[in-house]
Ligand binder design. Structure first.
Ligand code: SAH
Ligand code: SF4
Length: 395
């Protein structure tokens, strides 16, 4: 990436969440939505139909106002508006990289901030979604792992990341216009901030909304969940989500993995591989992606490559080599290109696809492992919010 690459950063109008305390309908699964509609007195015989109608407005048309749900009776629309809200994370800023990658900084309840990254490619577009503010794990090469502030995102905040990206990309259908089958966001990866398997229920519910056959309709094969290796939740991921799995492997001995991915001290390489052997069978999915960050002189030798191949024998796998993305103060360096290629070659000759991941959006710090909302920045945001509230500022 050239140093003079044009970077654009624009602050979008902040959509202020109404401070109503009303229940947010975004992120509810169909059964949860049905229960919510029952609670406001929807007659049992109508519940299923109402769920279908509201669902279509929310997730097919992207409507944000109950008044626009024109196939519902006026009284019923008013009843919905009285009890419920349609709330999305607020877009604080959007940066667009020279390579077209877009990074969104989103503000969620409590003044916390998370990042979402959109990566356009030739035949597809991938949205990299966060599952937590920060991360409780402390992988030594990952910027997110240095963030102190941590909270789980709820299902609305996870689904909301996709909806906000679709807003920005103009990807909602226009009534009456010919159906457009091209999808700007065609794939979703849970590879942003946080460990998704430490927020299992919210991630699962959010993916249920995203994978539903009506509305957002991303199939489970277009969703990849990346975990650092929360072994007890891996079988559950297969059974309750069924998406593709990526695992942050990164080392071929427990001694090195303990340092890079400290969760290895709890569930070591053997325990992790045992869980992974079961995954494709349980989820009826294809290969598992082994993510492997290339750190100069740490995990990038030919011996490492050979050990890796031996370890994963028998697991349908693809090895994704990630050149280390540097961040200010990082204690590692990226392996030399020739080293990465030599490593890839050994893995490839053993019969595994071994793509080298091209870093995207480096100029806007949007690449893997670079996401971190500074504590200072978060603090300032809270101060800003307090000031806004005190001043009664509204949009
Ligand atoms: N917590 C999950 C998902 C988010 S991280 C996990 O760890 O799998 C997404 C991927 O980026 C992981 O494979 C992670 O190990 C990798 N990563 C983290 N920091 C990185 C960095 N600085 N450079 C390259 N990859 C990094
Ligand atoms: Fe958390 Fe993943 Fe970063 Fe490790 S690599 S600190 S698990 S986000």
């Amino acid at each position: 990436m050239s140093a003079t690459a044009p970077i654009t950063q624009d602050v979008l109008t902040i959509r202020r969440a109404p401070q109503t305390g009303k229940r947010n309908l975004i992120g509810l699964t169909r059964p949860q939505l049905a229960a919510a509609l029952r609670e406001i007195g929807t007659p049992e015989r109508q519940v299923k139909m109402r769920v279908g109608q509201v669902w279509q407005w929310l997730y097919h048309w992207g409507v944000r106002d109950f008044a626009a749900m024109t196939n519902l009776a006026k009284d019923y629309r008013a009843l919905l508006a009285e009890h419920f809200a349609i709330d999305l994370p607020q877009v604080v800023s959007r940066q667009v990289s020279a390579d077209g990658t877009r990074k969104y900084l989103l503000r969620i309840a409590g003044g916390h901030e998370v990042e979402t990254v959109y990566i356009p490619e030739e035949n597809r577009g991938t949205l990299c979604v966060s599952s937590q503010v920060g991360c409780t794990l402390t992988c030594s090469f990952c910027h997110t792992g240095t963030q102190k502030l941590v909270r789980n995102l709820d299902a609305a905040e996870i689904v909301g990341q996709l909806m906000v990206a679709r807003d920005d990309l103009g990807e909602w259908p226009v009534p009456g216009a010919p159906k457009d089958e091209t999808r700007l966001v065609s794939n979703l990866v849970l590879m942003g901030m946080g460990e998704p398997l430490y927020n299992f229920e919210n991630v699962r519910d959010a993916m249920q909304v995203v994978m539903d056959g009506e509305g957002l309709t991303l199939s489970r094969r277009r969703i990849t969940l990346s975990t650092s290796g929360v072994v007890p939740e891996i079988a559950r991921t297969a059974q309750e989500i069924g998406c593709l799995l990526a695992v942050s492997f990164h080392a071929t001995t427990d001694a090195v993995r303990d340092k890079l991915v400290p969760i290895n001290k709890r569930w070591n390489i053997r325990a992790l591989l045992d869980a992974l052997r079961e995954y494709p069978r349980l989820s009826n999915s294809e290969r598992i992606t082994f993510e492997y960050v290339m750190l100069k002189g740490v995990n990038d030798s030919d011996d490492d490559a050979r050990r890796l191949v031996r370890l994963i024998a028998g697991i349908p796998a693809k090895i994704n080599l990630i050149p280390f993305n540097e961040w200010p103060g990082a204690p590692y360096e990226r392996s030399d290109w020739a080293r990465i290629e030599a490593f890839a070659d050994i893995v490839h000759k053993a019969g595994y696809a071994s793509p080298i991941r091209t870093p995207r959006g480096e100029d806007i710090m949007a690449a893997c492992g670079q996401l971190k909302s500074e504590t200072e920045r978060a603090r300032k945001s809270r101060a800003e919010i307090a000031a806004e509230v005190a001043g009664g500022a509204g949009h």
